[in-house]
Design a protein around this ligand. Structure first.
Ligand code: NAP
Length: 288
């Protein structure tokens, strides 16, 4: 069992607890969006970072940003829809960096059409097993495999943190996104359960639950004025999150916090959207 980490003292101060100097991190889905922001934030905090996505070329810009901060970047390619990839990424990252203390498992997908890019946002009754398996495979099965592989590696670190990038869709109802929501709810449950199971090995496990964040994944919505307006009408803060705002939470999570689903959603999950009497515009989607 790891020795408990010392409390912050005058030598480092409270802000110093956000530093991760000398730590070694793996970020999946680091080629863009929230994952890229997490990788750069971890480098800012002092981590060397292993970066994973389906192709190494897609990681070049993130690697350049990590190296510009004086930290080492390691590129790992692998499709998390393929069994065995998550384990290979963890083992490859640990081998290349000499261990791992921080894992941000961020890669995730919405169901997509046959072109592999267009998101399918449709009534559940129109969904099929293919879409379900696609989303559960990448978002949930790969998470489980990654956690299993990461445990022995993280247990060697004195201050280990495992973050599963879930979603506010994992803690509230998300009609038209049932497979995605189910996978994200399962990530919350997996993280909370492992937090309890692994606490005495010194590994903190936290699910992070962002709301609507402006990335490629949500471009179908934030590039469409009417759809964006409709979605933001349900967000009390009334705006999209920036990926950096999500990434900042990954620096906070490796503290005295475990098994906590941190919901970072501009108030979206508050009762009735917390809209304080502002009527919601009608949805442009057909009811299932
Ligand atoms: N954006 C939001 O509003 C929002 C809200 C809540 C939660 N989230 C969650 O936050 C995470 C990141 O979302 P994002 O918006 O940044 O998404 P994004 O812009 O679409 O980026 C997704 C990342 O995951 C990687 N990825 C996708 N499929 C993969 C696969 N099969 N194998 C390996 N890597 C794969 C992508 O890399 P390549 O395509 O280069 O392989 C990319 O780096 C996801 O888990 C998402 O569910 C997002």
């Amino acid at each position: 069992m790891n020795a408990p980490a010392p409390p912050p003292g005058p030598a480092i101060g409270v802000l110093g607890t956000f530093r991760l100097d000398g730590a070694r991190a793996l970020v999946t889905g680091a080629s863009r969006g929230i994952g890229r922001a997490c990788a750069v934030a971890l480098a800012d905090a002092g981590c060397d970072v292993a970066l994973a996505a389906r192709s190494a070329e897609a990681l070049a810009a993130t690697a350049a940003a990590v190296e510009a901060r004086g930290r080492k970047a390691v590129l790992l390619a692998g499709d998390l829809g393929v069994p065995g990839t998550a384990r290979a990424l963890v083992e490859g990252a640990a081998a290349a960096l000499g261990g791992l203390g921080v894992v941000v498992h961020n890669a995730g997908v919405l169901p997509t059409a046959a072109d592999g890019a267009t998101p399918v946002v449709a009534p559940f009754t129109e969904s099929d097993r293919h879409g379900w398996e696609q989303v559960i495979g990448v978002n949930l099965h790969a998470s489980a495999e990654l956690c299993r592989a990461a445990h022995p590696v993280l247990a060697e670190s004195p201050r280990a943190s495992l973050v599963l990038m879930s979603s506010v869709a994992g803690v509230i109802a998300a009609p038209l996104l049932e497979a995605y929501a189910a996978s994200k709810a399962a990530q919350v449950s997996l993280a909370r359960t492992l937090a309890a199971a692994w606490a005495r090995t010194g590994i903190r496990v936290n699910p992070l639950c962002p709301g609507w964040t402006r990335t490629d994944m949500t471009s179908f919505a934030h590039t469409s004025g009417p759809l964006s307006d409709w979605l933001l009408a349900h967000v009390p803060l009334g705006r999209w999150a920036h990926p950096d705002e999500v990434a900042a939470a990954t620096l906070f999570l490796p503290s005295y916090l475990t098994g906590h689903a941190l919901v970072l959603d501009g108030g979206l999950s508050l009762a009735d959207g917390g809209l304080a009497g502002i009527p919601k515009p009608p949805s442009s989607f057909a009811a299932p």
